[in-house]
Design a binder for this molecule. Structure first.
Ligand code: ZN
Length: 122
């Protein structure tokens, strides 16, 4: 794997969630056109990101009253965390309380690195 491939692989999780800068995006897309191995990697990362986002959209919302009750009783800090996959490739979805807000977040683990997919108020 050459340096372009390494850079491409590092950027793919960010590219999947649309947070790559314009210059990096152009370089990445040019590389993907010319490199079949990175295109295959991109297909897997994109599918994983799509599946995570689709699953999260399908989760039922507990409603404002329930969240209000939770945030009133729970101390700040982590509430729950679900890890799927392995050290090489996996996804974590977590809930944490910060002040009076409950944050729902997701991380993508790729080759021992962690990439934030999203973090938003639940
Ligand atoms: Zn490549």
């Amino acid at each position: 794997m050459n340096r372009d491939c390494e850079l491409c692989r590092e950027l793919l999780p960010w590219y999947a969630v649309g947070v790559v800068g314009a210059a990096e995006r152009i370089h990445l897309e040019e590389h993907l056109e010319s490199c079949a191995e990175c295109r295959a990697e991109w297909a897997q990362v994109a599918e994983l990101a799509r599946a995570v986002q689709e699953t999260l959209r399908e989760l039922p919302s507990p409603g404002e009253r329930v969240w209000g009750g939770i945030t009133a009783r729970v101390q700040p800090g982590p509430l729950a965390r679900v890890d799927v996959g392995s050290f090489l490739l996996g996804v974590s979805v977590w809930l944490t309380v910060r002040g009076r807000h409950v944050l729902l977040g997701g991380d993508l683990r790729l080759l021992g690195r962690k990439y934030r997919l999203f973090a938003e108020e639940a």
